[in-house]
Design a protein around this ligand. Structure first.
Ligand code: SF4
Length: 230
């Protein structure tokens, strides 16, 4: 497993669980607002898997969980065996995913290797490619269905891009089954971006008041919505 970063402990990445966060190298999308561009480009130095497991072994008594984030963890071939090893140490595992690999997510769930999943619901389906460049939206829809039919706790999350309109956010909220938890996050302009995306960086993030209003309007269709990061 290619791991490009490790946060030793976090109280904010796994709801209610003190967890280490691992960042998988590489991603199969290329969202213009990505804050982990080094991970997409695979330019970060990797941490040896042995060092990751030595760390997790040592922290067993202090931490309760491990978050596998990225990048996109599900594109790595050995993710299943990697998580198996983490579970064998007694940790709870949360997966952060863009939802592009339903087969891997299904396998992880079938093998009871996940305790929590956060999946991105990035844009109205017809605008997904414009935002993330490489994506088969059917795959993301399939992963959402798999999660809907699973027994674990999970959440969907949307970064509130100012490039998407109020009406489109309502359309997104209406256009999906009731999510068990729907986290909407403030957008921050990334420090590093592609030169071709410069015009997008000139669009100011939505105000806190606008986002609070959006939370209220979205809650009509998605009662489990919660606004974060403002
Ligand atoms: S899916 Fe996540 S890691 Fe991948 S490009 Fe988009 S924001 Fe970055």
């Amino acid at each position: 497993m290619e791991i490009a970063g490790l946060v030793p402990n976090s109280t904010v990445d796994y709801p209610g669980v003190l967890a280490a966060v691992l960042f998988a190298s590489g991603c199969n999308m290329d969202c213009f607002y990505c804050h982990n561009r080094k991970l997409i480009n695979k330019t970060s130095e990797l941490i040896a898997e042995d060092a990751v497991f030595a760390f997790l072994q040592k922290r067993k008594e202090l931490l309760d969980g491990v978050v596998i984030s990225g990048g996109e963890p599900t594109i790595q071939k050995d993710l299943v065996t990697f998580i198996e090893k983490i579970k064998n140490l007694g940790y709870k595992v949360k997966l952060d995913t863009n939802g592009s690999e339903p087969t891997t997510t299904r396998k992880l769930l079938t093998d009871s290797l996940l305790d929590y999943v956060a999946i991105d619901y990035k844009a109205p389906w017809r605008r997904y490619r414009e935002i993330c460049r490489y994506v088969e939206t059917e795959n993301v829809q399939q992963t959402l269905e798999i999660l809907k039919n699973s027994k674990i706790n999970w959440e969907a999350r949307t970064t509130m891009l100012p490039h998407i309109t109020r009406e489109e956010y309502i359309e997104m909220a209406k256009g999906i089954f009731t999510l068990p938890k729907y986290v909407i996050n403030q957008y921050r302009i990334p420090k590093v971006f592609l030169a071709t995306d410069k015009p997008k960086m000139e669009v100011k993030p939505y105000s806190k008041d606008f986002l609070l209003q959006m939370e209220k309007e979205i809650s009509v269709f998605q009662p489990n919505v919660t606004l974060c990061g403002v």
